[in-house]
Design a protein around this ligand. Structure first.
Ligand code: ATP
Ligand code: MG
Length: 308
């Protein structure tokens, strides 16, 4: 990746290590993401996926190493939260007293106006408010909620609420969006619909790229479902504490690191992948990422250039 080129840059983690007291969680983790990539991040429960997302988000910077993101057009350390990074959790974080539209518009309101402005510049605020609601409406259309903008969270299904949460992240136009098991609480059919919605964003990336622009959406999605990671991602990254750290000269396990990183097939939103065809990928991942009994060199399944 050409780091000097902001049109390609998504994220860079360099030598990231993190621990909680004696509990060594992340070790010397290196990861570069290009703008427009959809990275599926998988790994055994407790290996540190959420810890890594929190480090990238900037709420919990790593004890060692550096995480760089594009902030106001320049590469900068992600050691505090910024609007260049957005996150979506499994648990919907909507305000119950706001409609879908106002939940989505809220981020812009807080980011671009002050209480004093809203109180003392009524005409200015009325104009801005319309503008924010129009944009919120456009993003709700994008996530398939054009007909449900005026519903309150209690009137929406779990899948609809999660679409609102995604629109909340999208409207801030972050450089990268982190999704931590975003569909974990949804039933299978709803899950597939939301995967399709993400794939439509991927398609939009391709259209913008074809027209010579910078793809607007870059994602890291943590999931326990390998099929979901294969379907939504164009690249699959496996984080694991199971690797041959003795070969690297460590007496005790120093923590989880990237042990798998390969491009995976890209699907159209309306395409239903034949998952049987990806048995080999799943088998490889189960063996080299999830199996404590198989310890390989950490770079054995890491492609030099996992660009699809
Ligand atoms: N705030 C914290 N204080 C102490 N230990 C923590 C804290 N947060 C995480 N840990 C520990 O760090 C390790 C990694 O946790 P993390 O939540 O990142 O795993 P994960 O890969 O996201 O797991 P899961 O797949 O179950 O969500 C665990 O051993 C956990 O107990
Ligand atoms: Mg987690």
């Amino acid at each position: 990746m050409n780091l000097a080129d902001p049109d390609n840059f998504g994220l860079q983690c360099q030598g990231v290590s993190h621990w909680f007291g004696e509990n060594k969680v992340l070790f010397d983790l290196n990861l570069e993401v290009q703008a427009g990539q959809f990275v599926g991040l998988v790994g055994p429960s407790g290996c540190g996926k959420s810890t890594l997302l929190r480090a990238i988000l900037g709420t919990h910077p790593p004890h060692r190493g550096e995480i760089l993101t594009l902030q106001n057009g320049r590469l900068a350390n992600a050691d505090r939260p910024g609007r260049d990074r957005g996150i979506v959790y499994q648990k919907y974080s909507l305000y119950p007293f706001l409609t879908a539209l106002d939940n989505v518009a809220l981020g812009l309101k807080l980011d671009q106006t002050t209480t004093a402005f809203r109180w003392f510049n009524w005409a200015g605020w009325a104009k801005k408010r319309r503008e924010f609601r129009d944009r919120a409406g456009a993003f709700l259309e994008k996530v398939g909620l054009g007909q449900a903008m005026h519903l309150y969270p209690s009137q929406m299904s779990g899948g609809m609420q999660q679409r609102v949460a995604i629109a909340q992240a999208l409207i801030m136009e972050p450089e990268i969006i982190l999704l931590d098991e975003p569909f974990g609480a949804l039933d299978e059919a709803t899950r597939e619909e939301l995967q399709e919605m993400l794939l439509r964003l991927y398609e939009e990336n391709a259209e913008v790229k074809a027209a010579g622009g910078k793809p607007p959406y870059t994602l890291i999605i943590v999931t326990h479902e390998l099929n979901e990671a294969i379907r939504v991602g164009d690249r699959l990254v496996g984080l694991s504490q199971y690797w041959d750290w003795e070969a690297d000269g460590h007496e005790h396990s120093p923590g989880a690191t990237v042990v798998y990183d390969k491009a995976v097939p890209v699907f159209r939103p309306d395409e239903r992948p034949e998952y049987e065809l990806f048995d080999n990928i799943r088998r490889e991942i189960r063996k080299h990422v999830y199996n404590p009994g198989v310890l390989q060199r950490r770079d054995e399944h890491v492609s030099v250039d996992p660009t699809p």
